[in-house]
Ligand binder design. Structure first.
Ligand SMILES: Cc1ncc(COP(=O)(O)O)c(C=O)c1O
Length: 297
């Protein structure tokens, strides 16, 4: 509801940020490290809310291949999040829509599965593993919560036909389709990382992701990714500018999210080359010398 407070990862899925904004919800963005949402910072945020008499309505998290950072929260930190959520009375919304897309297929247990206190809502989707156009996802929640959510449905729900098609496809194919998809995606991200290293040299910083469909890239501080987005779009290259993917616009000013799911490897290489040219023209980086140095290293 308008005026409610939600705690979430600072860098976050644009769709969620937009929805919270439209609803007039106050977002408290918690910084991340290589293991996802930082638990010390989450605890500080919860303490701060309590000190100000604010009860956060939920902790919204993407613990498995976080969008956009691609971090995976280890089991120990999931347990710590559960402990904090119970201590401060803030339920967890676990958005787990990328959990099928980890390269080695091994995922930590869902927060929902680890929790014993019935205060976790788990959300999954077939958009990433099968097809976004089907619009089929799912929620898993204790009945005490589900019974309160169901009356909020404003339509008759997901189409039955799409669910029947999905069921028919998944029974014989899901187990082989997903590993093949993961292999394709891994190949594409390797091409993307190689292209970035070749074209941007040391100017582009990123972690090798363990899964997913996107790479979160940091460029030098003088790059304004909103301007880069506009300029690159004119040349036919679409990027996600960092400020649209963060509760902290300034922190994300020089960051971009590059999605590698749809383009071919050739399109990825060409796109990165164009992006580097545009970035050089607009912001003077990457310099050509940096490229040569990195290529030689
Ligand atoms: C974290 C996250 N949650 C939800 C969604 C939306 O997925 P769906 O197509 O199932 O609505 C996305 C899509 O990009 C996402 O990244």
């Amino acid at each position: 509801m308008r005026g409610d407070t939600v705690i979430c990862e600072k860098d976050n899925y644009q769709g969620t940020l937009n929805r919270f904004t439209r609803l007039g919800v106050k977002m408290i963005g918690v910084p991340l490290d290589g293991n996802g949402m930082r638990m010390d910072a989450l605890e500080a945020a919860l303490k701060d809310c309590k000190a100000h008499g604010v009860q956060p309505k939920m902790i919204y998290t993407i613990p498995t291949v976080q969008n956009p950072t691609a971090t995976i929260m280890p089991e120990a930190l999931r347990l710590e999040m559960i402990r904090l959520s119970e201590q401060y009375g803030a339920p967890i919304f676990e958005d787990d829509c990328y959990s099928d897309l980890i390269w080695d297929g091994k995922r930590p247990p869902a927060i929902y599965a680890l929790s014993k206190s019935h205060n976790v809502i788990h959300c999954g989707s077939f958009s990433k593993s099968i097809a976004p156009a089907l619009r089929v996802g799912f929620l898993v929640a204790p009945w005490s919560i589900m019974s309160r959510m169901l009356p909020l449905k404003t339509d008759a729900g997901s189409g039955a036909l799409e669910q029947m098609v999905l069921a028919e496809y998944c029974a014989p194919h899901f187990a082989t389709h997903v590993p093949a998809l993961r292999k394709t995606l891994r190949g594409k991200v390797e091409t993307l990382m190689e292209a970035l290293n070749e074209q941007f040299g040391t100017a582009a910083e990123f972690e090798d992701p363990k899964g997913g469909i996107f790479l979160w890239v940091k460029l030098p501080d003088n790059v304004d990714s909103m301007k880069l987005y506009q300029a690159a779009l004119k040349e036919g290259v679409a990027i996600n500018p960092g400020p649209e993917w963060s509760t902290d616009k300034q922190h994300a000013g020089a960051r971009l999210r590059l999605c590698f799911a749809s383009p071919t490897k050739a399109q990825i290489r060409d796109g990165v080359a164009i992006l580097a040219e545009v970035c050089r023209r607009e912001f003077g980086v990457p310099t050509r010398i940096a490229n040569v140095e990195k290529a030689r290293a």
